[in-house]
Design a binder for this molecule. Structure first.
Ligand code: ADP
Length: 740
């Protein structure tokens, strides 16, 4: 485009206007006969609206921008001659890119009013507006631009063809990039809206499912309680029978203890689901709070004596009648004390104290401060803030008889909060833990909808929740394990389980048929297995510290124990998760609860299988190495043994002691291993291999019997002959004759 030419085109109009000092003034009000069509929007053009009451300006601008294109699109002009016309066009065309706007039209500020209308009323921030005025400096540029949100300000004389070009180009470029961003923004907004809606609907579904789960939980827990109560009560009746045999009584006690434990857990789950559903209220009663605390705390005295724990009770003797939620206070103290007893080892110290403070706290005049302090293992500081989280259990490798559920403390905190109380803990590893609970007493601090008042009941003896809580701690010594040795030739079975009741149960099931030995955790299980080389191991899968899988892996890769069959006990839920691990390690698994007879049959089957394998190995062991490349740990062990004997075959001083030393095993380990694999003692194996070599040498015509005798490490001819006859049914000389 020839800009100079166009500039002249503009300038040619100037003389007319110079006369009255106004640019383009003369052409004002001269309306065109026909307005250009402004209605049809064309998507392939930039819409530029020319607003001016002088037709000349319209035609000059159109002419000047003739042939203009940007990004391959030309201009579609729209024309308006007044404010009203402009408004109509604006409402019809939402995609106007640029407006050249006259200031003075029907009023002196008509153009500026339109800017306000576009920006403030229509909220249109995208259309570019270039203001044109006849008077240079009619309004100070910056001020106008700032006040009216226009994009450029030009006097009419300034808008020569060249300038119109650049102004149009710059404005369309701005419009284009603003619209690009706007488009992006709208798309993003749309995506965000869609995602938010998606998340909201998912959230609603999750909440519904959660409520369903809570309801289900609560229903199921309820359903559990009835049958459990129907188990516990008749058991209690049976247990009082004085004529009961001791082992029957033990069994009943074990059933009772475990039924109570289950009931305790079910009750805890029920409480949690009530709290989740927001349906747990305070059930307050007017009663002697100290009496309740003393009852709970004293119920642990027998346990303390048995555990030789120094148990300090500091609960006031006087009567403290007030309103409080008895059930919740009991549960809080029971949880804390039962944890203290669960985690404090023998000869430790536990203190339980209660004091009353009268400072105003949580709207109540008086509050109770309970403290349970122990000298147990403590809790690592980085885990202190997590122990009140639901299902959280401290992972410190500390051996526990009862591994727990991680519910107790979270429930304790919920119950405390429900009563407007607080719970805190201070603990340092190896020194012990101190749990502190503060609870406002009375009902002044409670709003009416938070509680119901119930009649107080005198309670005689231990309530069910106390019994449930105490059932967590077995009466026996925590790590009490038994050895049962019947006759010497019965197979030895090692039982590894962290739960003593389960050990007892297995022991009672097996003691008629097997010699038994026990370990109360995986680590001890491994040590015992290596030391005694049992004929079979029954181990639990889930154990704190070293679990059944690890035990299996260790023993199966240790050549001293690799042959020992292992039966894994698993809860049904664990079977699927662990089946892969079991395939690589254990020889069999049994799901809990298991049937006594089934366990015995499985043990006998495995021992029988071992016997068959033993025959196979015994026939196979010879001085020729095995051909197959992949060897089990047991085959490698046998080959190792064979190589050692072969290397020493001519040495008549090579005996069991040298053999053990070279194998890196104790006499007992080597004896039990070879007995298990080959049913041969180490001595027998050495002798058999020597005799095998003798036969080989005879076939090779190595020499006479005496030479061969010494060559295979016998230093006594008649002993060699005796052994040879025992094994092959012929004397060496007869044998030689037969093959010769
Ligand atoms: P659970 O005892 O069933 O595992 P809790 O919620 O009662 O669950 O306790 C959570 C964890 O806090 C426990 O796993 C235990 O490691 C730790 N803990 C609680 N009380 C004590 C305590 N007195 N001494 C040491 N550790 C404790």
């Amino acid at each position: 485009m020839d800009n100079e030419h166009n500039e002249k085109l503009f300038e040619s109009k100037k003389p007319d206007n110079k006369e009255n000092g106004k640019l383009f003034a003369d052409s004002r009000k001269s309306r065109p006969k026909e307005k250009p069509d402004t209605s049809a929007p064309s998507s392939g053009s930039w819409k530029v609206l020319l607003v001016d009451d002088e037709e000349d300006i319209h035609s000059v601008t159109r002419m000047a921008l003739k042939g203009f294109t940007y990004k391959g699109k030309d201009i579609e002009f729209l024309h308006a001659y007044s404010g009203d016309e402009t408004k109509q066009l604006l409402s019809k065309h939402k995609d106007i890119a640029l407006i050249f706007l006259d200031v003075v039209m029907e009023t002196n500020h008509a153009g500026l009013d339109l800017v306000k209308y576009i920006r403030d009323v229509m909220k249109n921030r995208f259309t570019q507006i270039v203001l044109r005025t006849g008077y240079p400096g009619q309004a100070p540029e910056r001020e106008v631009i700032a006040t009216y949100e226009i994009n450029d300000y030009k006097t009419k004389t300034e808008l020569t063809t060249f300038k119109l070009f650049t102004v149009t180009l710059a404005s369309l470029r701005s419009y284009d990039s603003i619209m690009g961003l706007e488009h992006l923004r709208r798309n993003l907004e749309l995506i965000v809206r869609e995602r938010t809606a998606e998340l909201e609907s998912k959230n609603v579904k999750i909440m519904e499912m959660d409520q369903m789960k809570t309801r289900f939980f609560s229903n199921v827990s309820h359903e559990f309680r009835t049958p459990l109560t129907l188990i516990i009560s008749p058991l209690e009746d049976l247990m009082v029978d004085r004529d009961l045999e001791a082992n029957k009584k033990d069994q009943l006690e074990m059933m009772h203890r475990n039924a109570l434990r289950l009931l305790g857990l079910v009750n805890q789950l029920l409480d949690l689901s009530k709290i989740d559903a927001g349906s747990m209220k305070l059930n307050i009663t007017y009663y002697d709070l100290n009496k309740v605390l003393r009852l709970i705390a004293r119920s642990f005295m027998t346990l303390a004596e048995r555990r030789k724990v120094q148990y300090n009770l500091q609960i006031p003797d006087d009567v403290m009648n007030c309103y409080f939620d008895r059930d919740k206070v009991e549960k809080i103290l029971l949880n804390l004390l039962s944890n203290a007893f669960k985690y404090t080892p023998e000869k430790g110290e536990i203190t339980c104290s209660a004091t009353y403070k009268t400072e105003k706290k949580a709207g109540s005049a008086q509050y109770l401060e309970m403290l349970v302090k122990d000298t147990g293992p403590g809790i690592p500081s980085e885990q202190l803030d997590k122990i009140f989280d639901r299902f959280y259990q401290v992972d410190d490798g500390w051996k526990k008889e009862t591994s727990g559920t991680g519910i107790g403390l979270s429930l304790t905190r919920e119950l405390t909060t429900l009563q407007h109380g607080e719970i805190r803990v201070e603990s340092s590893p190896q020194k012990g833990s101190c749990f502190m609970v503060t609870l406002p007493v009375g009902k002044e601090h409670l709003q009416e909808h938070e509680y119901v008042i119930t009649e107080s009941e005198e309670s005689g003896g231990q309530s069910m929740i106390i019994k449930c809580s105490l059932s967590d701690n077995r009466p026996d010594d925590v790590a009490n394990t038994y050895e049962i040795n019947g006759t010497g030739d019965r197979p030895v079975v090692l039982i590894v389980d962290d739960n003593q009741d389960i050990r007892n149960h297995i022991r009672e099931s097996l003691n008629k048929d097997f010699n038994l030995t026990e370990a109360c955790n995986g680590k001890e299980g491994i040590e015992k297995a290596v030391n005694i080389i049992p004929d079979l191991i029954v181990t639990d899968l889930m154990m704190p510290d070293t679990d059944g899988l690890e035990l299996c892996k260790k023993l199966k890769t240790d050549e001293r124990t690799s042959h020992v069959p292992i039966i894994m006990l698993t809860a049904k839920a664990e079977v699927d998760d662990k089946i892969e691990g079991l395939e690589t390690g254990a020889d069999d698994y049994i799901t809990k609860p298991f049937n006594k007879k089934e366990l015995i049959i499985r043990i006998k089957n495995l021992i029988e299988q071992r016997n068959k394998l033993r025959e196979k190995y015994a026939n196979q062991i010879s001085l020729e190495p095995h051909q197959h490349a992949v060897k089990s740990v047991d085959e490698k062990f046998l080959e190792h043994a064979r190589t050692i004997i072969e290397a020493n075959i001519g040495d008549c001083n090579f005996d069991v002691n040298n053999f053990c030393a070279e194998m890196g095993m104790s006499r007992m380990q080597l004896f039990r291993k070879l007995k298990a694999l080959l049913n041969q003692t180490p001595n027998e194996l050495i002798r058999n291999l020597r005799l095998q070599r003798a036969v080989y040498l005879m076939r090779q015509n190595f020499g006479n019997v005496a030479e061969i005798t010494f060559e295979v490490g016998f230093n006594n001819l008649s002993y060699f002959a005796k052994c040879f006859k025992e094994k092959y049914g012929l004397l060496p000389s007869e044998y030689q004759k037969q093959i010769g």
